[in-house]
Design a protein around this ligand. Structure first.
Ligand SMILES: [Ca+2]
Ligand SMILES: [Ca+2]
Length: 560
């Protein structure tokens, strides 16, 4: 066999020689295998003396043992200096001496072992029929193996005594626990879990489990000790033999959020004020008295005097002990008024109503409707009648109904006493301001006006609404009162019928009876229909008699 090696050698300049000087000629070339026999003792290669040698030569491998060998080369120059020894990266492979080239030897032995190589020939032998190809099934003996996973390794030897590479089975051998009865699955007696890092078998957090070969159980895992971020939960079970299962993990990671940032305690709230449609600068609102604390639970009366009619917003500004303030929108509200106008037939003189009872001081200072049939318990009262235009008290009701016909007493949404002035306008207790309207119903607002000795009237339509003002004028038409129950007072004005001494829904004989009992009396008398301070014949003859039989149009609930 010949190996052909091509080499190119350039002698390196030896120490002491001048740089760039002409290199001395190469005069000798030798090679050897594997072990250096010493300079000049290698196998010599013929070479023509030159400073650069480019030569092709055969190497003699006849004396080499089977296997891989490394070839080394070196050259000597005319000064007797040897070059560095080079080696070929291409190794020389010599087949086994006894081999007949091209003939594959028979496989004569197979052995296997588990996990740890006992050395060639020391594995467990398998019976084999000699042949160049061995296809054989065999049992492997696992009787000596400890519980757990094991890897089986295999190798074969040929007729020349050469071992194959060692192979291993990808399929691992699993040996159950020593106490197991083969074929019988032990009960699961414990489940445990842990997060992220294995604390060791038996050191996880235990889960209550009912013994059984199959355990299908839901359980809570305690994440209270976990740091923020993602965590993996691991689970495993233990059987009655004390063997632990493989450790499984949940593919769904747990995410523990960062705890909220900020102080766990807050500075006390030290002051509050409210604003209506605010100029939101703290200090410009209305101060709310409070005791400093973390939580303020208080009820505040909002002063809306001077607030224009219409919708408004209430804001609350809160300041804490650190002098930080916050503005909150609390709610919206409407300041509304009722602007009503009606006339009483009795005191009406063709132009306006008489104020005689007021002038002579007969008007009571508290609302007079706290008796039957009104039984209104309102506390409206004044220290004095506010002005000379006041004619008398009236009782107002707002009624929230789908239509006037169904606006009976069960639909009353608010009641309040007020003053009627001589021009028919109705005011609050100051005698000038429109009535504040406290009902929160913004639709279906009908209104009723009661008077102590006239027939009450119900608005035939809902009150009109504009910019917070609910208004209704009964005086412009008889039909402005529901059921057209108003008297024509001439000159295009209409008013409530007089003659109803007992204040009920009709002018009848009982009213005359009351007149009879009061006839001749002076003062604030229910039968003084013309309200001149005297109960006399003109009250009966001019008013009661002409209106006898009239009934109020104000609907009354009628149970069926
Ligand atoms: Ca009556
Ligand atoms: Ca009278």
């Amino acid at each position: 066999m010949r190996y052909i090696i091509i080499i190119l050698l350039t002698m390196m300049i030896s120490a002491g020689q001048e740089l760039f000087a002409q290199s001395p000629d190469i005069v000798q070339l030798e090679y050897f295998f594997d072990s250096d026999p010493g300079f000049g003792n290698g196998t010599s290669v013929p070479v023509t003396a030159d400073s650069i040698t480019d030569t092709t030569f055969d190497i003699d491998v006849s004396g080499l043992s089977p296997g891989f060998h490394t070839v080394y080369f070196r050259a000597k120059d005319a000064n007797g200096i040897w070059s560095l020894t080079h080696y070929s990266t291409q190794k020389v492979f010599i087949e086994g001496a006894a081999f007949a080239p091209g003939i594959i030897s028979d496989i004569t032995a197979i052995e296997y072992y588990f996990d740890i190589d006992p050395g060639f020939g020391n594995g467990t032998p398998i019976a084999v029929t000699a042949g160049t190809i061995t296809d054989t099934d065999f049992d492997i003996d696992v009787s000596g193996l400890s519980p757990g996973f094991h890897i089986a390794y295999f190798r074969a030897k040929d007729a020349h005594g050469t071992w194959s590479l060692t192979h291993y089975s990808m399929q691992k051998v699993f040996i159950e626990g020593a106490a197991s009865v083969p074929g019988i699955i032990s009960d699961i007696t414990a489940i445990e879990y842990y997060f992220d890092t294995d604390p060791g078998f038996g050191n996880g957090t235990p889960v209550a489990v009912t013994s059984g070969t199959i355990t299908d159980t839901d359980f809570d895992i305690d994440v209270s000790g976990l740091s923020p971020g993602f965590h993996t939960a691991y689970f495993r079970t233990k059987d009655a033999d004390g063997k632990w299962s493989l450790t499984h993990y949940s593919k769904t990671k747990l995410f523990i959020p960062e705890p909220p940032v900020g102080p766990t305690t807050y500075p006390d709230i030290v002051s509050m004020e409210y604003f209506i449609d605010p100029d939101a600068t703290f200090g410009n609102g209305v101060t709310i008295s409070l005791t400093s604390g973390q939580v303020i639970d208080t009820t505040v009366e909002i002063d809306v005097s001077g607030v224009t009619t219409g919708y408004h917003d209430i804001y609350l500004s809160i300041k804490d002990a650190n002098n930080s303030s916050s503005l909150f929108h609390v709610s919206s509200f409407e300041v509304s008024e009722v602007s009503l106008k009606a006339l009483l037939e009795g005191p009406y003189n063709g132009t306006e109503m008489s104020t005689t009872l007021n002038v002579v001081g007969d008007l009571p200072l508290s609302q007079p409707f706290n008796v039957a049939p009104w039984n209104y318990q309102g506390t409206e009262s004044v220290t004095s009648i506010p002005n000379n235009d006041v004619v008398d008290w009236v009782l107002l009701e707002t009624r929230n109904a789908n239509n006037a016909a169904s606006a009976n007493e069960l639909t009353v949404s608010s009641r309040f006493a007020a003053f009627m002035l001589k021009d028919g306008s109705i005011t609050g207790l100051d005698g000038t301001s429109p009535l504040p309207f406290n009902t929160h119903d913004s639709v279906n607002n009908y209104v009723v006006i009661h008077h102590r000795n006239h027939l009450g009237v119900l608005s035939a339509q809902e009150m009109g609404y504009s910019n917070g003002v609910y208004s209704y004028d009964f005086t412009s038409a008889a039909e402005k009162a529901y059921d057209t129950v108003q008297k024509d007072l001439g000159s295009g004005v209409f008013g409530m019928y007089a003659g109803n001494a007992n204040g009920d829904g009709a002018i009848g004989l009982s009213d005359k009876t009351l007149w009879q009992s009061q006839a001749g009396n002076a003062g604030y008398q229910s039968a003084d229909f013309d309200m001149n301070g005297q109960v006399d014949n003109s009250d009966k003859n001019l008013l009661w008699q002409s209106n006898y039989g009239k009934e109020s149009g104000v609907p009354v609930f009628t149970p069926f």
